[in-house]
Design a protein around this ligand. Structure first.
Ligand code: HEM
Length: 496
């Protein structure tokens, strides 16, 4: 060793190098231990790695545990990155709602920037293009009135019930049929047309969503890992790039955008046409805006709106099959309010407290986005007395909020009655935040809630769901990525 360091044999060179190494380590340690004044407390972790070695594949669990020790808003380093984790309602409101504009960013996650081509709204780091997408999206979603939303969803439900009926009496994985229905609702609102279930292009889209890999490898653990270790990132993101590109959803959307641009109409027939009209006129005023941004926007809506809803409904049907007593209670309510052959309306919700309680409990019990989507502070800001510097990333631990024993008794159990008052009325809880909070909360929340209700009700109205008693699927087996999806499972469905 000394020959390498000291080829010429002078001892002071060795000493000098050793001193330099010690100084470098001391500086690194000092920087590691240094925190801005009034910064939220948190676990120190290991220099260079932060808390990564202490996280499981379900990090929200460790986060909730740490929040008991360091407080509901605590800080942690993932590698060299500074993060703050919010674990209770107050810290979420104070941070993401009251200081909405300061936290409208998302971290610049290279993984998404490299693989999510083109970058649309969901992983946009913020700024003018995100604002344009967001403003337009919000207005477009608001402009869909309840009647047309109901009508469009119910048209799809008819087809979906008929397809499911073909499997009556058998054990089947309903994932693909469900995606067809949910994706077609998206297509009707956004592209202005629904597709036949046998349409080649449509089936390709459905297959892309079925390719569950795209939700898994991009999960937060690997993401954090790759952010920290560039070499691993490059190696792994190659796999992901091929998966995501293979998905080719963007490719199909690009073609539809092109077709629509070619015959753009002044009349706002659907969201895409309307968006294209608008984007063409604003493109010249926004630096760097291209039609690829439009493609990204619609690709995000498609992925964000299809896989999420489908997974939440799959969790719901599995839960009902494993809890026949609740399934029967929902069905009795459906029969009373809608009847065996009636079509559910959104307004029926006010007369169906137990069904609402089941859906609310489902959103709590199987939180689809356990860590919501990460945010970033776009400026220095003080929250609850803590200083959070610009560039700090933020996790909303929605799973933690939904499983906090201070709020929920036996949170690991599915108990819809906790959402009913003594008179049986549904009571909505502010402590359930499945759609995030603040200016970047879910753009499709209203549509998602409407679809959840209508598809859930139609399924239980028409079918009895059960599982193979010999090897029942488990509610504890899911894949934790960006979203928490159930593993593939079969249900025995019997038409009533
Ligand atoms: C059960 C269904 C759904 C769940 C649980 C869900 C959940 C979420 C969550 C947690 C976020 C991040 C919010 C935040 O950062 O605070 C999000 C964002 C988003 N969601 Fe959803 N979502 C669902 C359905 C949908 C649907 C149907 C659509 C589309 C029509 C949609 C479009 C979006 C978009 C575009 C964003 C990004 C908004 C932005 O970054 O400004 N989601 N969603």
């Amino acid at each position: 060793f000394s020959t390498i360091l000291n080829p010429v044999g002078s001892s002071w060179t060795v000493e000098l190098v050793l001193v330099a190494i010690c100084v470098a380590i001391a500086i690194l340690l000092r920087n590691w231990l240094k925190r801005p004044s009034n910064y939220p407390p948190g676990p120190l972790g290991i220099p260079g790695l932060g808390v990564i070695p202490f996280l499981s594949t379900f990090p929200q669990r460790e986060f909730l545990k740490w929040s008991k020790k360091y407080g509901p808003m605590f800080s942690a380093r993932f590698g060299l990155q500074k993060w703050v984790v919010l674990n209770d309602y107050d810290s979420v409101v104070q941070t993401l709602v009251k200081n909405s504009q300061s936290f409208h960013g998302r971290p610049s996650i290279r993984l998404f920037i490299e693989t999510w081509t083109p970058l649309g709204i969901v992983f946009s780091t913020g700024g003018t293009i995100w604002k344009t997408h967001r403003n337009f999206g919000t207005r477009a979603v608001r402009s869909i009135n309840q009647n047309s939303m109901e009508e469009t969803i119910n048209i799809e439900i008819k087809e979906y019930v008929a397809r499911l009926g073909e499997h009556s009496g058998t054990s089947v994985d309903i994932h693909e049929i469900l995606i067809h229905a949910v994706a077609n609702v998206f297509c009707t609102f956004n592209l202005g047309k629904r597709f036949d279930y046998d349409d080649e292009k449509f089936n390709l889209l459905v297959k892309c969503i079925l390719n569950e890999k795209h939700t898994h490898p991009a999960g937060f653990n690997p993401t954090i890992f790759r952010l920290t270790f560039p070499l691993c990132r490059n190696k792994l993101s190659k796999v992901e790039r091929s998966v995501i590109n293979e998905i080719s959803i963007a490719g199909i959307v690009r073609q539809v955008v092109k077709d629509s641009t070619d015959k753009i109409e002044t009349e706002d027939k659907n969201m895409m046409n309307s968006y294209l009209n608008k984007s063409l006129s604003i493109a010249s005023s926004i630096e760097g805006y291209t039609t690829e941004d439009t493609v990204g926007f619609f690709t995000d809506l498609f992925i964000g709106g299809t896989e999420t809803l489908t997974s939440q409904l799959r969790w719901g049907f599995l839960t009902m099959a494993l809890h026949p007593e609740y399934q029967t209670r929902v069905r009795c309510e459906i029969d009373d309010v809608i009847g065996r052959n009636g079509t559910a309306k959104l307004s029926d919700q006010s007369k169906m407290p137990f069904t609402r309680a089941v859906i609310a409990e489902l959103l709590r019990f199987r939180t689809l986005g356990p860590l919501s989507l990460p945010r970033a502070a776009v400026k220095d800001v003080t929250v609850q007395g803590y200083k959070i510097p610009k560039g700090t990333n933020v996790f909303l631990n929605a799973w933690g909020l939904h499983n906090d024993e201070k709020i929920w008794e036996t949170p690991h159990l599915f108990i819809p009655d906790r959402h009913l008052d003594p008179d049986g009325n549904f009571v909505s809880s502010k402590y359930i935040l499945p759609f995030g909070a603040g200016v970047r909360s879910c753009l499709g929340e209203n549509l998602a809630r409407a679809e959840l209700f209508l598809v859930f009700v139609a399924t239980l109205q028409n079918f009895e769901l059960s599982v193979d008693e010999n090897k029942p699927p488990s509610l504890d087996e899911g894949r934790s990525g960006i979203i928490y999806t159930p593993n593939p499972f079969n249900l025995i469905i019997n038409q009533r």
